[in-house]
Design a protein around this ligand. Structure first.
Ligand SMILES: Cc1cc2nc3c(=O)[nH]c(=O)nc-3n(C[C@H](O)[C@H](O)[C@H](O)COP(=O)(O)O)c2cc1C
Length: 388
């Protein structure tokens, strides 16, 4: 029996949540209804309480946060926006911030509300934070219109709930560990407005930070111009240049696990100017000087029991060979190689394909989402921590 929180918001499809609740209860689960005040304008709390055989929650009492799953059906445009921005004005929105369990949500709304750029931007934010959306489906809408906005059918939501409940819960083996992750790509000033940068979006490092947080770690993210939202519960330190990354990472370099996923510049302009260089017809020759090798410095300082993970963004078989050399030269215990010459993985993509290199050997991680790659990396980190 799993502990399920059923969030219901104010929309026509609220009546369908009764059927979802019935399916979950019939399958033996302990379901606590969490209704927004507006949901009660559509279906009374009594209906849900009778079906759940327990009272709808009115306060976020602590045991709610320990649930195995939060499913929100229907999810209104209003609550979707609140969840994306972290508002906590009802027991449902409070629970959504507090639970560590997977969150599944079934949006239901008018097609124009669904397609509005504000809603779509909120959807992106929610997905980036790991909320899974089911639907909405295309079809006849309550107001007689046609389009995307219908809530998925209760049996489809129920099936997905069972799949999520059958997945092993994230391990909590990182609980009490301090994990430092760097992510993104540094920008090295040429003058006051121009910079030399790289295409790293920070998605891979942010996925590692999120997964480490999910496993109970205390996570700090040193963020070099990351283009994606930072996960809730992760302390973030902005570090736009290679020098900033070096300073912020080395200041926290005694963490139990350090994951250097940021694409830190190897070279920076030797003499950036403080003001904008005016345009002229001549060529502009820029001298580049090497930056400090943060990973090598972390390797020199690595203490017993500490796990140091380096990333090797390189190209082809020769790049993999260079990653093998780094493993022996840089003092890290795990190297993550990915081939940045490919366009279907790596920089800016939501996908990656890795080779994990450690003293124990090499493990290929086939093409999968960066979230799933983060799971593979942290599984390896946990094995290394246990080995020590
Ligand atoms: C008859 C009626 C039907 C509605 N249906 C929906 C709907 O399907 N989806 C939606 O996002 N909002 C719908 N709304 C608007 C929401 O009820 C409104 O935005 C409300 O503030 C949602 O509050 P909540 O998200 O806290 O439950 C409807 C409103 C009315 C009066």
């Amino acid at each position: 029996m799993a502990r399920v929180l059923l969030g219901v918001t104010g929309g026509i499809a609220a009546y369908k949540a009764c059927e979802l609740l019935r399916l979950l209860v019939r399958d033996g689960h302990d379901v606590t209804p969490l209704l927004t005040p507006d949901a009660e304008r559509f279906v009374t709390a009594h209906t849900f309480e009778a079906l759940a055989r327990q009272e709808a929650a009115r306060d976020l009492y602590p045991h709610l946060a320990d649930a195995d799953l939060l499913v929100i059906a229907p999810l209104s445009a209003n609550t979707l926006a609140k969840l994306a921005h972290g508002l906590a004005d009802s027991v449902l929105t409070q629970a959504a911030l507090a639970v560590r369990a997977p969150v599944l949500a079934a949006p239901a709304m008018n097609v124009r509300m669904w397609e509005h750029p504000a809603t779509q931007a909120n959807v992106v934010l929610l997905r980036e934070r790991g909320v899974e959306l089911i639907g909405p489906e295309e079809g006849e809408l309550a107001e007689g219109e046609h389009g995307a906005g219908r809530m998925s059918e209760p049996d489809a939501i129920f099936d997905r709930c069972l799949e999520l409940l059958s997945q092993p819960r994230a391990s909590t083996r990182l609980r009490g560990k301090r994990v430092l992750v760097s992510a993104g790509g540094t920008r090295e000033p040429l003058d006051s407005v121009r910079f030399l940068g790289n295409r790293s979006s920070g998605k891979m490092g942010v996925a590692v930070a999120r997964e480490a947080r999910r496993r109970g770690a205390e996570v700090t993210l040193v963020a070099a111009n990351v283009a994606v939202a930072v996960p809730a519960g992760v302390e973030t330190v902005e570090a736009p240049t290679a020098a900033d990354v070096a300073r912020e990472v080395l200041a926290r370099g005694d963490a139990d696990v350090v994951v250097m996923a940021a694409a830190v510049a190897d070279y920076r302009p030797a003499e950036p100017t403080a003001t904008k260089r005016p345009k002229d017809t001549g060529t502009w020759t820029v001298a580049l000087e090497p930056t400090d090798d943060v990973l090598a410095e972390l390797g020199r300082r690595r203490r017993n029991g500490q796990v140091l993970v380096g990333f090797a963004a390189d190209e082809g078989e020769r790049g993999l060979e260079r990653a093998r050399t780094k493993l022996t030269n840089k003092g890290g215990n795990l190297f993550v190689y990915n081939d940045v010459s490919r366009t279907d993985i790596g920089f800016e993509s939501d996908w990656n394909e890795l080779v994990l290199l450690s003293a124990a050997g090499e493990r290929a991680v086939s093409r999968r989402s960066k979230e799933e790659c983060a799971v593979a990396i942290l599984d390896e980190v946990e094995t290394l921590l246990e080995g020590d």
